[in-house]
Design a protein around this ligand. Structure first.
Ligand code: AMP
Ligand code: FE
Ligand code: FE
Ligand code: ZN
Length: 283
């Protein structure tokens, strides 16, 4: 079993990179990719531990991008070489737009009557501060009674506290990943919200034209029928097949490393082997 979509506490997970490596070994995983949001710090920190313990650790990233006015999560994998330096610089720029969003989000929550400061939220994060860290502060201060309520009431894209963030276009994300020697994969396609299979199909077709390499077929949120649909799209558009649990640790207690939600995942090693055969597509 492998897991190619996980988060450490360098982004919005709760496990340290060391703990995640140890948990992967305890779960008997053959390979683990760390795919933190906008930072490679979790992977960098985990690497010595993985080497020492003999775990196949892969370098990944998850970027928030814009496509047709919506936020689309894009995974990048560097399976042959570490990402080029320019890519790390570009990530630093992404982090600056995130900080700007966070400042505005704190202001917005204050205007909604909550005493939430950027300083206390940033203390919860390490390399990166995200909405889950805001949710934690709101929970601790008693403004909400669960993390999920913080999202539903305030932080979700459709909720009253939401503030937009300047996100790169999906095409640019794909290009940056390819230029850095990586392959790109659309993350949890179920969350794109396209229920109509024909719409989904044309969307994936456009993404393929933009240079996309793979699609995350296996994910904790995907039901068997979804997996079938995405496998069909991968075949039709000659895209690689990718998969992972989207493990975040204790903030998403229903999702287990490797085995996903309620044991809905058992991704074979061959998925990674096939991804390794994909060459980055210069766009
Ligand atoms: P950010 O990158 O700071 O905008 O935060 C995005 C993260 O917040 C995602 O990766 C999820 O972990 C979490 N998140 C976003 N929307 C929701 C939601 N509706 N419910 C629970 N968690 C969410
Ligand atoms: Fe996340
Ligand atoms: Fe995501
Ligand atoms: Zn994720």
């Amino acid at each position: 079993m492998i897991d190619l979509h996980t988060h450490t506490n360098e982004s919005d997970g709760t496990y340290t990179p060391f703990e995640l490596v140890d948990a992967a070994l305890a779960a008997g995983l053959d390979a683990l990719a760390i795919s933190d949001h906008d930072t490679l710090a979790g992977y960098d920190r985990a690497l010595p531990r993985a080497r020492e313990k003999g775990l196949d650790l892969e370098c990944g990233i998850e970027l928030s991008t814009k496509f047709r006015g919506r936020t689309v999560h894009l995974l990048g994998y560097f399976l042959h070489q570490p990402p080029a330096d320019g890519f790390r610089h570009w990530l630093a720029e992404m982090q600056a737009t995130r900080r700007d969003r966070n400042l505005r989000l704190a202001e917005r929550l204050r205007s909604l009557g909550m005493d939430v400061t950027i300083e206390e939220v940033e203390k919860k994060g390490r390399s990166l501060t995200g909405r889950p860290h805001f949710a934690k502060v709101m929970l601790e201060k008693g403004y909400v009674s669960t993390i999920q309520e913080a999202f539903d009431e305030y932080l979700d894209e459709s909720a009253k506290g939401y503030v937009d963030r300047q996100e790169p276009d999906l095409t640019l994300g794909i290009q940056r990943i390819a230029a850095a020697g990586g392959i790109s994969s659309i993350a949890h396609p179920i969350r794109l919200g396209y229920r109509d299979p024909d719409k989904m199909r044309s969307l994936v077709s456009e993404m393929r034209d933009a240079g996309l390499s793979a699609i995350e077929v296996y994910h904790s949120d995907h039901r068997p029928a979804d997996v079938e649909q995405y496998l069909g799209l991968a075949r039709e558009f000659n895209l690689g097949v990718n998969g992972g649990s989207d493990f975040h640790g204790d903030v998403k207690p229903g999702v287990r490393l490797g085995s996903g939600a309620g044991g809905n995942l058992d991704i074979p090693k061959s998925v990674l082997e096939r991804l390794r055969e994909i060459q980055p597509r210069p766009t």
